[in-house]
Design a protein around this ligand. Structure first.
Ligand SMILES: Cc1cc2nc3c(=O)[nH]c(=O)nc-3n(C[C@H](O)[C@H](O)[C@H](O)COP(=O)(O)OP(=O)(O)OC[C@H]3O[C@@H](n4cnc5c(N)ncnc54)[C@H](O)[C@@H]3O)c2cc1C
Length: 217
């Protein structure tokens, strides 16, 4: 063990490392080839990871998380990657791109409903920004949301969404204003909302165990 290593990874990191290593060895490695072929891993794995506290690492206690430094997160990813499946890591980790805007800017009610169950592994969250018309140019996105009383009517579609086929909720970039970057807002959309549908999971050259899908509104 080098000094540099000791500087970043202390006892708490090593305890976490051992616990995840054991989960990967006993609960993931024996099944991972099957999950890669199937194009998804069991939904229950989110609950297992939530119960063990892995999904909440780095998030504030007020939303059910376990605050800690970035090296705790690094340990989680390093050890999960021992499964050999980047798709598993991406799928299990889709909350980390979906919930930060809600944690930072959401109301207490939104945090209760859309963050806590995700950190507990009871609900799957995805981030939906990319559209069939292009991903790099986020400022040009076309999905439009128009306010109608207490609701928004959303029209458009998203593609390449990690965990998109089975997400319970998406943090979705929509155009609520004029053209350009400043006309864009996030809506949290639940997958049981009328008019919400998903396409078949998309085939990819890698990340097979991560379901990646189109979403239509
Ligand atoms: C496995 C996978 C998972 C993904 N998960 C998600 C997700 O969870 N949520 C989500 O919202 N998106 C997701 N994406 C989409 C991803 O963010 C986009 O693929 C990415 O933003 C690029 O967009 P694009 O594929 O439409 O390519 P384009 O934007 O059409 O770009 C095509 C090519 O042109 C280049 N290019 C584009 N604009 C310029 C420019 N101005 N100057 C020079 N070169 C340029 C790009 O570098 C690229 O090589 C995922 C993609 C993959 C493959």
């Amino acid at each position: 063990m080098t000094n540099e290593y000791q500087e970043y990874f202390k006892e708490e990191h090593e305890m976490l490392r051992n616990s995840i290593r054991s989960l990967v060895k006993k609960g993931i490695l024996p099944e991972i080839e099957k999950w890669e072929e199937a194009g998804e891993f069991p939904r229950e794995l989110y609950k297992v990871a939530g119960d063990m506290g892995y999904l909440g690492i780095g998030y504030p206690e007020e939303v059910g998380g376990t605050p800690g430094d970035i090296f705790l997160k690094i340990v989680v990813i390093e050890e999960l990657m021992r499964s050999g499946s980047a798709g598993l890591v991406a799928g299990l980790g889709s909350l980390d791109i979906a919930i930060p805007p809600i944690v930072r800017r959401g109301t207490p009610l939104q945090k209760e409903r859309f963050v806590k169950p995700v950190i507990r592994g009871e609900k799957i969250a995805a981030l939906a920004v990319t559209e069939p018309g292009g991903g790099s140019d986020v400022a040009g996105l076309k999905t439009r949301a128009v306010r109608d009383g207490d609701f928004y009517i959303v029209n458009g579609s998203k593609t390449f969404i990690t965990s998109g086929a089975r997400a319970d909720q998406i943090t979705c970039a929509v155009r609520t204003g004029g053209e350009g970057a400043h006309g864009i807002s996030f809506l949290i959309i639940e997958s049981n909302t009328p008019g919400y549908s998903t396409g078949r999971p998309l085939k990819k050259t890698g990340w097979w165990a991560s379901d990646t899908a189109e979403i239509f509104f």
